[in-house]
Write a protein that binds this ligand. Structure first.
Ligand SMILES: NC(=O)c1ccc[n+]([C@@H]2O[C@H](COP(=O)([O-])OP(=O)(O)OC[C@H]3O[C@@H](n4cnc5c(N)ncnc54)[C@H](O)[C@@H]3O)[C@@H](O)[C@H]2O)c1
Ligand SMILES: [Zn+2]
Ligand SMILES: [Zn+2]
Length: 385
């Protein structure tokens, strides 16, 4: 089959690989119909995630059609159209029983923090991902969700990560009616966080980035105010000025370890790897939120420490919330929002790119060419509508 194949930092290509097979009675084999590239994949592509092995296939955001199921699978049948949450999770361990599917204790023997994630290196369990014609889906009775018959594949694939992650970012912000919410990052996750902030009662939403076409898109898609951080000398001062001197009620980090905006953080966090990524957005969040406010972090950081102003967070009495998203927990509510027409998540998809052009797709998304916001890979012989 055709599959994305990681060859090393900044080098990916489409190659022939053996088709996956059922390895466990609760596995399914899914024929992929859509597979997004995510900002998280860029951290892999840029060589920032430990134990990313040459020869592996990325892709944790995919939809497909069930091709084959193992003998113990009861909830799926061949022919079902499914969306598959990015978390690989068991559904029954201590953490899953608390709906912390992103922290499943059974699916990632390499780490005690994050659970399994499709196509996200051996630090997230070593599962091959969905940027391929076929993918093995373990725990098939637990993860995959049958796509409602009236839902577009492009909307469905956004439910595998970007929309639920943005939604969880807003939910962890504990937004109260009328709150001012600042979202750092106008990528897909930040855009959905902004949109979700309104759904959860925000009175004002400000999205910060430095890529003009993304800020322009944010204004249209999320009806928010925007701020280009290149025009700001002191972020905390600036946000305070915008909020009657108090600071934002909620700050959301939807950027993570590759944040631009501080030469010092880029040097120590990205180039020299002395921190688990550039922590400038964490500084901006902690310093720009009001006393007693909430900082919600969904941007991804490495496992080592980061230099952050924890003293300010303590002295201001902040609530810090963060996690990998637990996608499945949000699906019923988000499907409702889509069906009611309140959100059309596929609007953020700017590119459909054939899987055999995966190398170009990563380059376009990584370099922010051609006004790219969210690229979707389409395997051969899959129709676009
Ligand atoms: N926690 C989770 O479950 C989860 C799930 C999906 C993605 N993520 C993470 O969320 C982050 C965003 O994902 P995405 O797909 O939207 O990525 P993306 O790369 O498309 O978007 C990131 C945006 O941040 C902007 N940016 C860079 N530095 C900034 C700064 N200092 N201030 C404000 N904006 C800045 C970039 O210009 C870009 O537009 C990534 O770190 C990704 O790994 C986390
Ligand atoms: Zn993702
Ligand atoms: Zn579990």
């Amino acid at each position: 089959m055709l599959a994305m194949n990681y060859r090393g930092p900044y080098r990916v290509r489409a190659d022939q690989k053996p088709e996956p097979r059922i390895e466990h009675p609760n596995d399914a084999i899914v024929r992929v119909t859509r597979a997004c590239i995510c900002g998280s994949d860029l951290h892999l592509y840029h060589g920032l995630v430990p134990d990313t092995r040459v020869g592996t296939t990325f892709g944790h955001e995919f939809t497909g059609v069930v091709e084959e199921v193992g003998p113990s699978v009861q909830n799926l049948q061949p022919g079902d159209r499914v969306l598959v949450p990015f978390n690989v999770f068991c559904g029954s361990c201590y953490f899953c029983s608390k709906e912390l599917y992103g922290n499943c204790h059974e699916t990632n023997p390499q780490a005690t923090a994050v659970g399994g994630i499709y196509g996200y290196s051996h630090t997230a369990g070593g599962y091959d991902g969905g940027q391929a014609e076929y993918v093995r889906v373990p725990l098939a009775d637990v993860g995959p969700t049958v796509i409602p018959t009236d839902m577009d594949l492009d909307d469905a694939v956004m439910l595998t990560d970007a929309f639920p992650t943005g939604y969880q970012a807003a939910e962890m912000g504990q937004i109260r009616e009328g709150d001012t919410v600042v979202v750092f990052g106008a990528g897909p996750v930040g855009l959905f966080a902004a949109k979700s902030a309104w759904l959860l009662g925000a009175g004002r939403v400000i999205v910060v980035d430095h890529v003009e076409y993304r800020l322009e898109f944010a204004r249209r898609f999320a009806q928010c105010e925007t701020l280009d951080f290149r025009t700001v000398r002191d972020m905390a001062e600036h946000i305070k000025k915008m909020t009657d001197g108090l600071g934002a009620d909620v700050c959301i980090d939807a950027v993570g370890c590759e944040a631009a905006g501080s030469a010092l953080h880029s040097l120590t966090g990205v180039k020299l790897k002395l921190q688990g990524g550039a922590a400038i957005v964490l500084h901006w969040c902690i310093n720009s939120v009001r006393k007693g406010g909430v900082v919600s972090i969904v941007g991804v950081y490495g496992p080592t420490f980061n230099a952050i102003p924890i003293g300010n967070a303590v002295n201001k009495g902040l609530t810090l919330r963060m996690n990998q998203a637990s996608v499945k927990r949000h699906l019923p509510r988000l499907i409702e929002h889509i069906q009611a027409g309140r959100v059309k998540p596929s609007e953020v998809i700017t590119h459909h790119i054939p899987l055999h052009e995966v190398s170009d797709a990563y380059h376009i998304f990584s370099s922010k060419l051609d006004q790219c916001i969210k690229p979707v890979l389409v395997p051969p012989r899959v129709r676009l509508n």
